[in-house]
Design a binder for this molecule. Structure first.
Ligand code: DQA
Length: 159
């Protein structure tokens, strides 16, 4: 299973940026923990970060026909980018929205996610574990899919 990980604006500054809110890990360190988790779960990962809305939209569109799912931390775009929301809906791929901080317990404007409804799941406030849990979600859905496929096969061989 191939999953695209997308990080939005200012997440390239992790490690330096407000560590009391976002922790001390750099984006590279988060990606490396994800890579390890992905290997354990049989998921191959591609990583992308951009500070630009249009580039993020291009990357989401690019996933169509290439990736089986998206893990996305849209950063501040979470709270107002209808264009990113529409891109996720347009490609129709399962997406998980992740946040390092707990957006529900911060400023009022962060409590709104315009992305949430087009994602299968939102995971927030768990630091790097928000990202690794998103991979667990994909691994579980893969298992269910394979379980379903096996059930179909046994149906077929039934006399
Ligand atoms: C964030 C939360 C957003 O509100 C903020 O703008 C970010 C990071 C998080 O991971 O906690 O850039 O998405």
């Amino acid at each position: 299973m191939k999953i695209q990980v997308i990080n939005g604006p200012n997440l390239n500054m992790l490690g330096i940026r407000e560590p009391e809110i976002y922790g001390s890990l750099t984006l590279e360190e988060i990606n490396s923990q994800m890579r390890k988790k992905g290997e354990a779960l049989g998921i191959s990962l591609e990583f992308y970060q951009s500070n630009h809305e249009g580039d993020i939209i291009d990357k989401i569109q690019d996933c169509y026909g290439k990736s089986e799912g998206i893990v996305i931390n849209p950063g501040a775009y979470t709270h107002y980018s209808i264009a990113i929301r529409d891109a996720i809906a347009a490609v129709g791929l399962p997406a998980v929205e992740v946040h390092l901080s707990d957006i529900e317990s911060r400023e009022e404007f962060r409590k709104i996610s315009v992305i949430k409804d087009v994602c299968r799941k939102q995971i927030s406030g768990k630091g790097v574990h928000s990202y690794t849990e998103a991979l667990e979600f994909f691994a579980e859905s893969l298992e269910q899919r394979e379980g379903g496929a096996k059930a179909c096969q046994s149906e077929k061989i039934r006399p």
